[in-house]
Design a protein around this ligand. Sequence first.
Ligand SMILES: Cc1cc2nc3c(=O)[nH]c(=O)nc-3n(C[C@H](O)[C@H](O)[C@H](O)COP(=O)(O)O)c2cc1C
Length: 402
Amino acid sequence: MSLDGRKVLLIVTGGIAAYKSLELVRLLRKSGCGVTAVMTAAAAQFVTPLALQALTENKVYSDLFSLNDESEMGHIQLSRAADLIVVAPATANTLAKMAAGLADDLASTLLLATDKPVLVAPAMNVRMWLHPASVQNMAVLAARGVAVAGPDDGVMACNEFGPGRLAEPAAIFAAIAALLTPQPRPLAGRHVLVTSGPTHEPIDPVRYIANRSSGRQGHAIAAALAALGARVTLVSGPVALPDPAGVQTMHVETAAEMLAACVAALPADVGVFAAAVADWRVDNAGSQKLKKSPGGAPPQLALTQNPDILATIAAAGPQRPRLVVGFAAETHDVRRYAAEKRQRKGCDWIIANDVSPGTGIMGGAENEVLLVSADGIEAWPRLGKDEVARRLAARIATTFTP
Ligand SMILES: Cc1cc2nc3c(=O)[nH]c(=O)nc-3n(C[C@H](O)[C@H](O)[C@H](O)COP(=O)(O)O)c2cc1C
């Protein structure tokens, strides 16, 4: 992939993964892309300015109050000369400063002073990433249109496991290339409704029935459709994920709320119903916390059927999206159940997967799906959920291409 003549301003912040920024510089330089690096003071604890200077073949900047650089208003000029600003790795601290608009060093000042597109590649300990402060900061940045690469799941330098690992340099490079290369927008002018995540059905004000859906697949689909130019409304159950960039996200808890949000979002050209909606809710949910009484019997929960969101939207008459895509998560007989479900729900496609515990799919980073349509059943290989999303978005786009 050639990025000849393009210019990236790379901000390296102080995380243990900072050494991987050197490999990213190498990939960018190999593609013909010019790179100027800015380091935070903390970053210089992890990689040397000399290494970045040698690989970028450019001066490395780190001082906001440099007399020489500031005689040319360096903190403004640096971003003006770039096509894209990339923060890799992006620490929790720098992401928080970006979200809050703080400008107390060269990196944060030029991030506030720029009008260029920004890509961040977060890298931090799993608990830092999942902390409500970081979740909120990422939501703020996403809503502002900041692009995000990663983070990945996996074993971390601190020996913990989970999301927070810096995306691989090759993946960050691919995200940069996508942002610097004009993308086809085959879904421009189309409105797509996507549901994602689990629903929570209250038992009483403090307890609820839930499921193991993480929302990763649905959120990735919403992002992939937006990348193809669609206006996307995402109706999300409770998840620990940031809202995808460039997507209008509505947050709901119960199946009834999800249905109401979906109906309110119509008309749509496409509906993708990836949420794991609870089939049942508690009919006799307590308005006060249910109490244990000594020697008393446990409460009897009476369940009642939830509204069927997929079937309701697929039968919405003139409001029915032209293409309705349902999801089927099964633990056995996946092909048979998926084909039956497509007929029964009146949808066009079913994306089916086997969520038996051994597959690691529910809540995991990968998915292995079947695309069930009127034309038959297509088996896709096991792929990252982002890649499944990109393939599905591309397939949806083909149905709108004359
Ligand atoms: C050994 C070590 C590793 C660290 N790794 C990370 C990391 O991966 N991600 C992160 O957000 N902070 C990490 N930190 C904390 C940051 O260095 C610290 O928050 C710092 O203030 C970040 O400054 P900066 O955002 O200006 O670069 C690490 C600290 C130490 C001592």
